[in-house]
Design a protein around this ligand. Structure first.
Ligand code: PRE
Length: 362
């Protein structure tokens, strides 16, 4: 073979390489778009059936000189590179640590959430009466707790159970909090109520049952109030992150994530607290992460060790339900602490060094 022919062949190969490159990147663009459609869905990225179909078609069209096995191998490499690309692009979510390395710190009235010092959110499961709210709030305030919770819209399993006081409940919660120099959080269940709720609430909660109510998430993304987003009953960590992304993608990055237990076969607790979700969420996102120790366990006797565990793995706060008369509470009577029990829990957490803020008022 002459030297001139050799050079000519290499020049042609250079040209073919560029053509392959162009085709590969055209393929990669399609793969990226498919990846975006798969985001937030439970669909696995890796799709072996689709890969086999594509390999069969390509091998059927192969006229050589490459052997079919070689073609299979080359295309498997392309599929793997495509999966890697989809995975890379997934990580550039707005809520991801890759996008923003610094922790998101949320300031609500006198409270800072996500600055390394865990906060306590407490109050009854449901807002019931002015007397109940006054009794709970005045006790919490004395204990140095400034974030008051109370449900006004209650998504209950049974339609015959107490459904909450609605907007009257929000007003009562808000007035009580203001009277005591506290801030308040409550759950909103309908997208059309989010704007109205901003008038009464300092933080809007999206509950576990609504974690994938995408219209509600969008409405929460459109307002400029912090959102407390609870993990769904059977939601994966990834699905929670995408739910948060729905809010962030609308311009509201003030999001607090909440691990509240997931559904498993275990019956000893109401839900199974997925403690590993806390460090994983802190690692993968820049958002504050709190733990609802009442809903995750559904029992009062293990509050202290569970609270310690949550703080030990990096939780930025705890939700603990408290009621002045839990025995007659209109919802979740079994899991709400009475006020002396709440004081004991806070005292134990403080004296063991787990809680630095929220010192009791002397
Ligand atoms: C693609 C990527 C990974 C899957 O395992 C299968 C196919 C590909 O590269 O063709 C694209 C894709 O994500 C898909 O078709 O679902």
């Amino acid at each position: 073979m002459s030297k001139a022919r050799f050079e000519q062949l290499r020049e042609q190969l250079d040209q073919v390489n560029l053509e392959i490159l162009e085709v590969l990147n055209r393929r990669a663009e399609l793969v990226s778009e498919i990846g975006l459609l798969k985001n937030g869905k439970t669909t696995e990225r890796f799709d072996p059936i689709r890969e086999k179909e594509m390999l069969d078609k390509v091998v059927a069209a192969n006229e050589g000189p490459f052997q079919n096995d070689t073609i299979r191998h080359l295309f498997k490499q392309i599929f793997q590179a495509s999966l890697n690309l989809q995975e890379e692009e997934k990580k550039s979510l707005l809520v991801s640590r890759k996008t923003k390395a610094a922790d998101t710190v949320i300031t609500v009235g006198p409270l800072t959430i996500g600055n390394g010092s865990p906060v306590i959110i407490s109050g009854p499961c449901s807002v019931e009466t002015p007397e109940q709210m006054e009794a709970v709030a005045s006790h919490l305030k004395k204990e140095g707790v400034v974030l008051l919770r109370g449900g006004a819209y209650k998504p209950r399993t049974s339609p015959y159970d107490f459904q909450g006081l609605g907007v009257e409940g929000l007003k009562l919660l808000s007035e009580t909090a203001k009277r005591h120099g506290m801030v308040c959080v409550s759950e909103i269940v309908a997208p059309e109520d989010v704007e109205m709720a901003c008038e009464y609430l300092d933080i809007i909660q999206i509950g576990a049952r609504n974690m994938q109510n995408f219209e509600l998430l969008k409405a929460a993304g459109n307002v400029r109030k912090p959102i407390l987003l609870k993990r769904g009953l059977s939601a994966t960590i990834e699905e929670l992150v995408y739910a948060a992304e729905y809010i962030a993608s609308r311009g509201n990055s003030q999001i607090i994530l909440c691990e509240r237990g997931i559904r498993t076969y275990e019956k000893a607790t109401r839900n199974t607290l997925d403690i590993s979700a806390v460090p994983i969420l802190k690692q993968e996102t820049h958002l504050p992460v709190i733990v609802d120790i009442s809903h995750s366990t559904g029992r009062k006797d293990i509050m202290f060790p569970i609270a310690k565990a949550a703080i030990a793995v990096g939780a930025d706060g705890l939700i603990v339900e408290a009621h002045n008369e839990p025995a007659v509470a209109l919802s979740d009577a079994k899991q709400q602490l009475d006020l002396p029990q709440l004081s004991n829990l806070l005292h134990d957490l403080r004296t063991s060094g787990f809680l630095k803020d929220a010192a009791p008022v002397k």
